[in-house]
Write a protein that binds this ligand. Structure first.
Ligand SMILES: Cc1cc2nc3c(=O)[nH]c(=O)nc-3n(C[C@H](O)[C@H](O)[C@H](O)COP(=O)(O)O)c2cc1C
Length: 259
């Protein structure tokens, strides 16, 4: 053991408060309605804005929604998700090209007919900021869940939030103090995700076969309906036929050409 360079030791720690926080993370949908102090939301976002950002573009904006009526209105396009209306804060993580557009115009150019890259990097930026905020919030005892269902109807969400052209909500986040903590959802086998030096597709099928029953058992234990082939069945139902097939057109309407 003493000669094993990969073994944990004081010099090469394999755990930390951050790692423990991540290992304990789960989405929380049961959130108490009590308000979160503004100072906490600001602290969380200020920390999150230190996330890396592609070429320093900083192409994100966050709309902080506290108003109960607005949260209720936002919940409708998300398929009436209860936590969106109930949690005291909804953070809308937006890809935002307005500042880049300003920069281009200042230099005599236009962002019209923009391409896939600018849509993608701004969306990645929004994702990194949101995940950083999620962890910062978690470190303060705040819990929540991300809401991708805003992309069911990005145009309706943009109207509710007053988003200008070239801004779309990539996903939202319902946040507050947890009313109840759910069991953690099991993940796939580490080896299904991690490859050494080169991608090894051969191992994938076997490892996925082991995940279906593990997830099915988790769903049964937590009182959720499931089938024995839980995960593969869920993915088939979700992506066949294609999910949100009108998304590209909706985003084009909001000023993201994704061509
Ligand atoms: C981008 C994104 C969008 C999500 N959208 C929703 C959503 O609309 N509603 C919801 O209840 N959970 C949503 N989730 C949470 C996932 O369902 C959850 O992360 C996943 O099932 C794994 O569970 P866990 O986070 O508890 O480990 C979303 C997660 C991500 C990353």
């Amino acid at each position: 053991m003493a000669n094993d360079a990969s073994a944990p030791s004081i010099e090469t720690p394999t755990t930390s408060e951050t790692i423990e926080l991540l290992l304990d993370r789960r989405s929380v949908r049961s959130i108490a309605p009590d308000p979160i102090p503004e100072a906490q939301v600001e602290a969380v976002l200020r920390a999150a804005f230190r996330a890396p950002t592609s070429s320093n573009i900083q192409a994100y904006s966050v709309v902080v929604v506290r108003d109960a009526e607005t949260r209720q209105a936002l919940s409708v396009p998300t398929g009436n998700q209860r936590h969106v209306a109930e949690a005291p804060v909804f953070l809308a993580y937006c890809a935002d090209l307005t500042r880049i557009e300003h920069a281009l115009e200042k230099h005599g150019h236009t962002l019209d007919d923009n391409n896939f890259e600018v849509g993608l990097v701004s969306s990645i930026d929004a994702a990194l900021v949101g995940m950083s905020a999620y962890l910062a919030a978690d470190s303060l005892g705040l819990k929540g869940v991300m809401i991708g269902a805003v992309r069911n109807d990005p145009v309706a969400i943009a109207k509710i939030l007053g988003l200008p052209k070239r801004v779309y909500c990539v996903y939202g986040m319902s946040l507050g103090r947890p009313a109840a903590l759910p069991e953690q959802k099991p993940r796939m086998d580490y080896r299904a995700m991690v490859h050494e030096e080169r991608y090894d597709r051969d191992k994938m099928k076997d490892l996925l076969e082991t995940y279906d029953p593990v997830l099915a058992q988790h769903y049964r234990e937590t009182g959720r309906e499931t089938t024995d082939d839980s995960w593969t069945h869920d993915m088939d139902k979700k992506f066949h036929p294609y999910l949100r097939d009108g998304l590209r057109d909706a985003l084009r309407e909001l000023g993201f050409d994704f061509r």
